[in-house]
Design a protein around this ligand. Structure first.
Ligand code: GAL
Length: 418
């Protein structure tokens, strides 16, 4: 993503902690740009809107539909280029740094320090929220990307266990296809192709190989035989989706698993938010398991505040930042969103088995060096490099391109994006 602003705002607005506005001389307000518009997502962001209002804030909602956030990113760039930035926006990963470098973000260090964010956030995640030593974004959650979701009844009816290897996945898919069940519910949108790709890549390259390829952009790994095997598996999985997959929204694919039309979906645990919103019970109606292979692909949603004038807006930014990382919000929001709290001191007693599996795997991956930033969801790379990879992945998935040609296209696309 390249953001070229005319006369970027120099310096950063310093946001006082919300306590500084406690005497009520400013009425907190915020216009918030985000892309949480599906059933589960909307229920989750409503939690934030309600808490904001309960604390005297006036929330102006600016939802931009489109899973994965590409459309929201385009809308945000247009707003900022026009000199009309929202008060806050859903921005995450290296994109936070890109916006910071344009000089348009507010400094929320006072809120972060008043609320001890350094003491309650995992170090790797806190790093994403800081810009040159200041705090420039407030983290909301930890989503895991590398999940397989399944319809429990369909699997049982076909004598299938949750796959723990890609060979087992392929064998299960063949059985399901023969039984007339769509093996893999998928939405043919580039970010969804990328989501499946990175889960497959983690399983076949391993954690170290994934880090070399998609964090370090190591060309030997990108051009390796293992990467050819990743595209081979993607070609195999292309044969497991239905004829109407192209353009399908991710939550409609989740609905296909919910209603038994399809058996599996490979998607981040925002999909669990859809199951929960429909009243489905994990372990009974649907199953969750990490995709084959060792590791944990994290995707941390966050809000960045823009350098805007006005005490009311700055009070709104302080309140929003404080609420987002607050203990009560962290539990209620993440119960709805399908993610787990980003705070390390929030008990998971009220969370389900998928969430506790995620938390356990995250801790184990952190210990084992296999806790990795999702490339498909903007945590590992800046926009140009991530986009180069995704362009290749979706071109391969939607053509008869050979794995060898895909690897060459991948290497060329990355080289041209640097
Ligand atoms: C991700 C985002 C999640 C989820 C998903 C689908 O990029 O981090 O919160 O909403 O897109 O829209």
């Amino acid at each position: 993503m390249t953001i070229k602003l005319l006369g970027a705002v120099s310096g950063m607005a310093i946001i006082a902690s919300s306590a500084a506005f406690a005497d009520g001389h400013a009425a907190p307000e915020a216009e918030v740009l985000h892309y949480w518009t599906s059933g589960g997502e909307a229920r989750s962001v409503a939690v934030l809107q309600e808490e904001f209002a309960a604390n005297g804030g006036t929330w102006t909602d600016m939802p931009v539909a489109g899973g994965g956030g590409d459309a929201a990113g385009t809308a945000l760039r247009a707003r900022v280029l026009a000199g009309n930035a929202p008060t806050a926006a859903q921005i995450k990963g290296p994109a936070i740094q890109e916006w910071y470098e344009e000089g348009v973000l507010a400094d929320i260090s006072e809120v972060a320090e008043a609320n001890n964010w350094s003491g309650i956030l995992p170090e790797a995640i806190a790093g994403h929220m800081q810009c040159d030593g200041t705090w420039c974004a407030a983290p909301v959650n930890v989503h895991r990307v590398d999940w397989i979701w399944a319809n429990a009844e369909v699997l049982e009816a076909n004598g299938i266990e949750m796959p723990t290897t890609w060979d087992e996945f392929n064998a299960a898919a063949e059985t399901l296809q023969a039984a007339g069940v769509i093996p893999l519910a998928h939405g043919g949108q580039a970010w969804q192709d990328a989501t499946v790709f990175e889960a497959v890549a983690l399983g076949i390259l391993g954690a170290d190989g994934f880090r070399k390829a998609f964090v370090e952009l190591d060309m030997d790994t990108i051009k390796s035989d293992d990467m050819i095997a990743v595209f081979d598996q993607m070609r195999t999985m292309r044969g497991y989706v239905d004829d109407n997959f192209s353009g399908r929204d991710w939550n409609l694919a989740t609905a296909m698993v919910m209603n038994g039309e399809a058996a599996f979906q490979i998607m981040g645990d925002w999909a669990k938010g859809e199951f929960m919103a429909a009243g489905k019970v994990p372990g009974e109606d649907f199953l969750c398991l990490s995709t084959p292979g060792d590791g944990f692909l994290y995707n941390v949603d966050s809000f960045a505040m823009f350098a805007v004038d006005g005490d009311d807006k700055q009070a709104g930014q302080a309140l929003l930042a404080e609420l987002v990382v607050g203990e009560s919000f962290q539990e209620v929001f993440n119960l709805n969103k399908g993610s787990i709290p980003v705070r390390t001191d929030v008990a998971l007693d009220n969370f389900d088995s998928c969430a506790t599996l995620s938390a356990d795997d995250m801790a184990a991956s952190n210990e084992g060096g296999s806790l990795l930033p999702s490339y498909a969801h903007g945590m590992a790379l800046r926009g140009a490099q991530a986009g180069a990879i995704t362009d290749t992945v979706t071109a391969h998935f939607n053509s008869d391109m050979s794995s060898e040609d895909a690897v060459q296209m991948l290497a060329d696309a990355i080289a041209n994006s640097l």
